[in-house]
Design a binder for this molecule. Sequence first.
Ligand code: ATP
Length: 133
Amino acid sequence: MAEMFKLKIVTPDRIFYDGEASMVELTTTEGEIGVYANHIPMTSIVSPGVLKIHEAEELRKATLMAGFIEVLQDRITIMAEVAEWPEDIDAKRAQEAKIRAERRLQDRYPGTDVMRAELALKRALVRLETVAR
Ligand code: ATP
């Protein structure tokens, strides 16, 4: 069996996750990473993406929008600004946010905050990916 490590994910308002995993996948500012036990210690900045927690028996998915990851020899801590389980996500709302953002980016009316629309689109896409089977 794969070696396990302790994984803790905290958000400003709760302990989002406290358990054991054999691998965790997430997106950082440097790209997508997969971390196993005994990884060299490192820290990185979290970018919007789907977090995949490989537990002994299960794969759990969640949305991470921003934060910070600290990898130590036997434990990983993620301090997330926003973290959402699939059951927290309203897929219809995310779909509507996606359409709204795409429309803004397509029309580009004067005064459009392109960066804001791009970030909103990214959040919506990540949420939809988290709830997708
Ligand atoms: P929207 O335009 O639908 O508000 P957004 O990406 O602008 O989406 P955020 O600013 O990322 O929303 O989030 C604001 C709050 O709403 C957060 O608490 C977030 O968890 C929640 N939220 C946003 N979208 C959804 C969703 N589709 N389902 C459940 N909660 C959501």
